[in-house]
Design a protein around this ligand. Structure first.
Ligand code: ADP
Ligand code: MG
Length: 536
């Protein structure tokens, strides 16, 4: 099949001119496939990965369809976050640069509503908003839906994940029945199919296959490290690679906050971005990140959607993502705008399996990376320090300092050389703390054979397993909850059909056996005992 060009699409010359000016040489596959269908008036579900140009896929048809002589609201785009609403609105304005009489406005929580009301009164035909704020305006009658011909749900999967379903349904039920309804999403969970059935008319499902998924200019590494060593490993990687900006992903908000405190305590400039922050707080964090006041952003998946900063040089999966698609979203924060990027995923034990799933899904192989040694970090620091010294010498203006050193040499009782002084200064400046090497035994990749228990750990047997729909988190939760030990000290959990093995630290074993004796896990009375010692 020949490549489709913008020329071939039934769109106006003004829009063609604008997209070419934006540097789009040809429509991306999702654009080539969706634009004609949306323009024909059909409802569609457009499914394609992040970064495949979904925004323009709906923005172009919106702009084609708006009647500039009608100043009423004609199209509504719903987005999960403020960042995305702004991004989409910016893109619509760029694409519509050569069209006249069309106004687009982003509306979102966190911005004074009065200002939005004032802007809306000026006659806005396209609104790009977060669901809550859109409802707010509908209720205040500052958004009138009667003339709305098109409604778009952007990042529909994410909006459902964030609990916007009810809001979305409210908005959909308040728009005219004869509207066109378009969903764009990276994934197609059941929730979306439900909405589709209820609110779309005979929709066409346009799905772009995963070819786009490979991200060739990102070097993807994995590092085997146990939870307790992650912070140290992360610090070393940052010291060695010294990325200009980096994004570190955790799976929970709490995890993000904790990591930020730990990094700050070590002197790094880090801050957190997650769903608990108010919009204004998020804006502050993003501004700090963009202008380099902080260079490490610790984020959760939801909050990191749409982070569009070109200088991110490294992404760290501090926690491996639960969903393979999240992995792609995450590492896609680096290697943007044709630059090179690097990503590190921290994995251990059971997580290796998840990693293999990710590899299968992305059709790429993650390359093993060793934990940087103390010597690596030291070498890097010393090198950077010498570079600074060289620059300072090149700049000159050292007369005063030279005089001090000469005086020191003259007055000192012992015979020092200048080199001794330099060495002492180096020590003072970089410190000389002794750091322990991290020793990670390789984790076991499969749990069928050779399950040697790790040193200091005891293996326990529990008589429930997959048949009882037991998952690692149930075991972890039960032990941590009943016994009151932190989940992270619990070792490998191997779940079989009818039983489970779990490793706990030796010193906790007795307590675990006592406390767990009469409890239920997922409604199943359990029996727990020390596992048979494996004969060598
Ligand atoms: P998605 O919504 O699918 O995640 P975006 O719409 O945000 O993707 O697009 C990702 C990037 O690709 C943006 O920087 C956008 O400007 C750019 N882009 C979109 N369409 C094209 C195209 N046809 N050619 C080149 N770049 C494009
Ligand atoms: Mg998008």
């Amino acid at each position: 099949m020949d490549k489709i060009k913008f020329e071939d699409l039934p769109i106006s010359n003004e829009i063609k001119k604008a997209v070419i000016e934006m540097g789009f040489e040809e429509p991306s596959p999702i654009q080539a496939q969706s634009i004609p269908v949306i323009l024909s008036g059909k409802d569609i579900i457009g499914q394609a990965q992040t970064g495949t140009g979904k925004t323009a896929a709906f923005s172009i048809p919106i702009l084609e369809m708006i009647d500039p002589s009608n100043k009423n609201l004609q199209a509504v785009v719903l987005c999960p976050t403020r960042e995305l609403a702004i991004q989409v609105s910016t893109e619509i304005r760029k694409i519509g640069k050569y069209l006249h009489g069309i106004k687009a406005l982003p509306i979102y929580g966190g911005q004074p509503i009065d200002r939005q009301i004032k802007s809306l009164k000026g006659g806005v035909q396209i609104v790009i908003g977060t669901p809550g704020r859109v409802i707010d305006h509908i209720n205040r009658k500052t958004l009138k839906m009667n003339d709305v011909k098109m409604i778009i749900l952007d990042e529909a999967d994410e909006m459902l994940d964030m609990g916007f379903r009810e809001d979305i349904e409210t908005i959909l039920s308040k728009t005219p029945e004869d509207r066109q309804t378009t969903f764009f999403s990276a994934t197609m969970p059941k929730g979306i199919l439900d909405l589709t059935k209820k609110y779309q008319k005979d929709p066409e499902h346009i799905k772009v296959v995963r070819k786009e998924l490979t991200v060739p200019n990102i070097k993807q590494y994995y590092i085997e490290t146990r939870a307790i060593n992650k912070l140290e490993v992360l610090s070393r990687l940052i010291d060695v690679y010294n990325p200009k900006l980096s994004v570190v992903f955790t799976n929970t908000k709490k995890g993000a906050d904790e990591l930020v405190s730990e990094l700050q305590a070590r002197g790094y400039f880090a801050d957190a971005l997650h769903g608990d922050l108010k919009q204004t707080q998020r804006d502050i964090v993003m501004d700090k990140f963009r202008n380099g006041t902080i260079d490490i952003l610790v984020a959760t998946d939801v909050a990191a959607r749409g982070i569009d900063v070109d200088d991110v040089e490294a992404v760290f999966n501090y926690d491996l993502p639960q969903d393979e698609e999240y992995y792609v979203h995450r590492i896609g924060r680096t290697g943007r705008a044709g630059r090179e990027g690097i990503s590190f995923s921290f994995v251990f034990g059971k997580e290796m399996r998840k990693m293999r799933d990710i590899e299968r899904y992305t059709k790429t192989k993650l390359v093993k990376h060793d934990i940087p040694s103390v010597a690596d970090v030291e070498e890097k620091k010393v090198k950077a320090f010498f570079e600074e010294i060289e620059n300072t010498m090149k700049e000159g203006n050292l007369t005063k300092q030279l005089q001090w050193i000469e005086r020191f040499l003259e007055e000192s009782d012992i015979e020092y050389g200048v080199v001794d002084i330099a060495a002492a200064l180096l020590k003072l400046s970089l410190g000389d703390e002794k750091k322990e090497e991290i020793i990670e035994e390789p984790s076991r990749r499969n749990n069928s054979k050779g399950n040697a228990t790790r040193e200091g750990m005891v293996r326990l047997f529990i008589n429930v397993g997959r048949k009882q729909r037991i998952q690692a988190k149930d075991i972890l939760g039960a032990i941590a909850g009943e016994v009151g030990i932190p989940g992270k000290v619990i070792g490998t959990i191997d779940i079989y059909d009818k039983y489970t093995f779990v490793e706990v630290p030796k010193q906790n074993a007795k307590k675990v056996l006592e406390k767990m004796k009469n409890i239920k896990i997922k409604g199943n009375k359990i029996n727990i005992e020390q596992a048979n010692k494996k004969k060598k």
